[in-house]
Design a binder for this molecule. Sequence first.
Ligand code: URA
Length: 434
Amino acid sequence: MRAVDIIIDKRNGKELSRDALRFLIHGYVAGEIPDYQIAAWAMAVFFQGMSPGEIAALTEVMLQSGGLMDLSGIAGPFVDKHSTGGVGDKTSLIVAPLIASLGIKDPMMSGRALGHTGGTLDKLEAIPGYRTALQAQEFREILGKTGYAMTGQTKDMVPADRLLYALRDVSGTVESIPLITASILAKKVAEGADALVLDVKYGSGAFMKEPEEAEKLARSLVNTGAMMGKKIIALLTDMNEPLGTMVGNFLEVEESLDCLEGNGPADLMEVSLELAARMAVLGAKAADAVEGRLVCEAALVSGKPRQLFLENIRCQGGDPKQFLEMRGKYRSDCSAEIKASGGPYISRIDAWKIGHAGILLGVGRNRTEDPVSPTAGVQFHKKRGDRIVPGERIMTIWAADEASLAAAIPQLEDAVEYAEIPPAPRKLVLKEIS
Ligand code: URA
């Protein structure tokens, strides 16, 4: 086989065999097929799509690029959650300790910032000392101890996704249903979860701009997951506005703790609780989502999820005491405020523009090898629907350096729209697909 023939076949709309996909993906992981050929293939997939059989084969081939997490000896149930990517989306950091406090184990394998969306691993690594490249034994120990563990794709676990994810990020091939499906499910099958809740986002800040596209992605994920023996519930959620009041790596970890302390913003709490409620159902701690939500709300009041969150920081190499002391203070020195230029209502804060400005500030990356800043980001003092007066402070922003700050300011100003009347309320969770 030759990689170029496989690329041409996909470019011409042909269905690729499992052998061809294995040749390409395993050859890439072995260093025998270069980045540029894989980027060309990914672009061909982006335009031509894949059949359900091809998507399942790609998922399996990616999964087989490494080993599986062995969770034997740890009491389940094992339930995980994954998002298709958003702006200010830190729900993973909230739901993992929350459902762990119910006695459900969450073995979470996550990703880094992708395109304009944030990455769970980048956020966690903003905590000084926090390690996300866990060896299998350490992952198992932490999972057993705190009920959840957070890791990334490694050289041993789904190495194909580690490489492909980074390459897609910088080659314009992120927004592809087959590639997103295989990327998410390969990780989720490898980590050993029995059941999954997927947060499939739509809107300007998501990879799928329209609910119909997000629904296609959700069905692809649910169907491929079922072929791989996983129980999956997908929620379609609105990602037109940034979720919560913080966008940035350390900022988002801080806001997650606010949520676990009962002080989270309403939109973020709503999406987190709806996801956690389904995880409680899949973990047999509730009969349905209504009961699941009550169970999760009661768990938050108990304070146990907060305790597990801090314990997890300790287990993964951070210092919880130091983390609490840094709260509200760990910010870049380059800072500015964005003031209202209209009014009297904010009708929209465009999540896509905020996500892109976030890359300029240093929250995300333009090239695979770029570092991200732990302390850059945006704090919203006002959100969609708020009444404001011209000149009032809407955001405080922090950047990696002065040039980044200057580049981001016009984009952040441009992200805010104003109206004479308040906008209609948004439905945050549109639909459940299972
Ligand atoms: N999350 C992933 O893990 N992979 C994608 O491709 C998109 C979101």
